[in-house]
Design a protein around this ligand. Structure first.
Ligand code: NA7
Length: 558
């Protein structure tokens, strides 16, 4: 059964990915008249789009899955410790089908505009095909990395072979055997794809602007017995995730970096380098994130590992980052990535030495020479976190455009609400806990919170919720402060809003996009707001706005 194509809903969820699926589950449980719109032809969000070879979790699969349903936890068998894209998409379909959520979803529905109608306290949405809808609550579950940013290189349209951004990797298999392939970009995506295709293509040339620190993923299969053991521990696993800053099982080593000997540090690092997943990043000493000297010592340790693994010393040196320390950017996890460069068919071009001049009909030309390719892969990243919001013409009170308001970076209340944009909810919003932690863990937290707010409003007959400017400014200031202790504040990465392919997102113009206070602090702060009758949010009953104080008095009287 498909959803009835109506023109008004109480809530419209935009995005049918990890967040949107859980959001519609809760709304349907609550009996809210709601639908989900997604621009894609099917559900899955990130896991629908990113079909490039090597796409997989860097989170342990069993900490990435939803925690809300015992039935799902009991029935789903993760096959790998770090599950791959096809399996992840199957999982999301399994969850949606289990709770019969597809009937609420409408696909190929790209939201072009969302304008707030002040007289009716409603949002008016326009889809790219011209269809118009209204709702009280637009819930933007639009993803953190859903607007790919191909580079702007002269001549890109001329190339006669196949070329695509990794996000748009074709759905049908791409013949790579014997082909000459270029990959541009060496972030988390580039590193996954390069390692996966190195032994499957004829010839692979990697165009690297800046190397990234990267460490082994150590993926493995999960047997029936192991899965049974994981199931028996789910409660404990999720409790552990909720205690750690990153929402993973990984907990930092709380010994002081300088309190232990160099030998003890090396012993820990040897152990972490051999451990699966983000352990090498998140089970490390806390000073790695905050102290230049500690970070430099660990970075040098990882540089030594790269030198051990890459046979050609000149290539090894090119693969070692010089402009930033380990872990101040998002750490890509790899499987035989460095060994790929030991193969005769894999070549590394440092485009800071020999920049790409243009894409040609048959390949590309650098300042040094011409290359012929059959396939060019752009692994050049995303207009991260705010990109998906900027791509919708969102206008709040007085016709103010969200994209104008956020042109120098976002400002939010708790990462989930914006002053001047009443009832607009963002369960994976900028400055929320979702971008800096194990995504679904924070998503469940934020979706629960947004749903709680909606429930509270229904119970009180409120038709409009809007954070005060003061509350928003205080939150944004807190988010900025959380950056100040972290070395990552200087990172030339999407954590700080840098993207050389998006005008205005140059390095140095820091955009405070993520919450760095850690999951426990975030959860406690948003819970406190809810507990205090949503202090910081003004509600309207009928047409009269109520201040915090009036509302508390009203609640007390009731
Ligand atoms: P990232 O991490 O933003 O990496 C993009 C890469 O592409 C990075 O190496 C960039 O080099 C490079 N890049 C970007 N633009 C260009 C141009 N114009 N020319 C050459 N090279 C370029 O994106 P990913 O997709 O790898 O990862 C995003 C997230 O997806 C990841 O963190 C996971 O959470 C999943 P630069 O470093 O800017 O010099």
């Amino acid at each position: 059964m498909t959803v009835e194509a109506k023109s008004h809903y109480e809530a419209i969820v935009i995005g049918a990915g990890v967040a949107g699926i859980y959001q519609i589950k809760l709304l349907s449980d609550l009996g809210v008249d709601a639908t989900v719109l997604d621009a894609a032809p099917d559900l899955g969000g990130t896991w629908y789009w990113n079909r490039y070879p090597g796409a997989r979790f860097d989170s342990e699969s069993y900490t990435y899955g939803y925690s809300f349903s015992k039935e799902v936890l009991d029935e789903w068998h993760w096959k790998e410790r770090f599950s791959s894209q096809p399996e992840n998409l199957r999982y999301l379909n399994f969850v949606a089908d289990k709770f019969d959520l597809r009937k609420y979803m409408q696909f190929n529905c790209k939201v072009a505009a969302a304008h707030f109608d002040e007289t009716a306290n409603l949002w008016r949405l326009t889809l790219s095909d011209g269809r118009k809808l209204t709702c009280r609550f637009p819930i933007l579950a639009v993803g953190l990395l859903s607007i790919p940013t191909p580079p702007k290189i002269k001549g890109m349209e001329k190339f006669k072979g196949r070329s695509f951004h990794t996000f748009h990797w074709p759905h049908e298999p791409v013949a790579l055997a014997g082909k000459k392939v270029a990959v541009i970009g060496t972030g988390a995506t580039g590193i996954q794809v390069i390692a996966e295709i190195a032994d499957k293509v004829g010839d692979l040339t990697v165009f690297q602007r800046r190397p990234n620190w990267s460490a082994p993923l150590h993926n493995s299969a999960i047997s029936d017995a192991e899965m049974a053991e994981i199931r028996s521990r789910y409660k404990e696993i999720f409790a552990q995730c909720s205690r750690t800053p990153g929402g993973f099982e990984h907990e930092p080593d709380r010994r002081g970096f300088y309190e232990v000997s160099r030998e003890e540090r090396l012993a820990l690092w040897d152990k972490l380098y051999a451990s699966p997943g983000f352990a090498v990043w998140l089970r490390n000493f806390r000073e790695i994130f905050t102290d230049e000297k500690a970070n430099a010592e660990f970075s040098e340790y990882i540089a030594g590992r790269i030198r051990q693994r890459v046979k050609d010393p000149a290539v090894a040196e090119k693969l070692i980052p010089r402009d930033h320390g380990f872990g101040v950017q998002r750490v890509p996890m790899e499987t035989h990535y460095f060994e790929a460069y030991n193969r005769d068919n894999v070549h590394l071009v440092d485009i800071t030495e020999t920049p790409i001049v243009e894409i040609t009909e048959t390949g590309l030309r650098t300042t040094e020479r011409e290359f012929d390719f059959d396939v060019i892969v752009y692994a050049t990243g995303f207009d991260a976190i705010t990109g998906a919001y900027d791509h919708i013409d969102i206008q709040g009170v007085g016709g103010v455009k969200l994209r104008d308001l956020w042109s120098d970076g976002p400002s939010t209340f708790l990462g989930m609400l914006v002053h001047g944009f009443p009832n607009l909810l963002m369960p994976s919003g900028p400055q929320s806990g979702s971008a800096s932690t194990n995504f679904p863990r924070a998503i469940e937290t934020c979706v629960d919170w947004c749903t709680g707010l909606l429930k509270y409003m229904r119970e009180h007959g409120y038709v409009r919720a809007e954070p005060t400017l003061d509350a928003q400014e205080r939150w944004t200031e807190h988010v900025k402060q959380m950056y100040s202790a972290m070395l990552m504040r200087k990172a030339k990465s999407w954590f700080t809003g840098y993207n050389s392919n998006v005008p205005g997102h140059e390095y140095g113009k820091t955009r405070y996009l993520v919450y760095n206070g850690g999951a426990p602090k975030y959860v406690s702060k948003i819970a406190q707001v809810a507990h205090n009758d949503y202090a910081g949010i003004n509600f309207t009953i009928g047409s009269e706005p109520l201040t915090d104080r009036e509302r508390v008095a009203e609640t007390n009287a009731a």
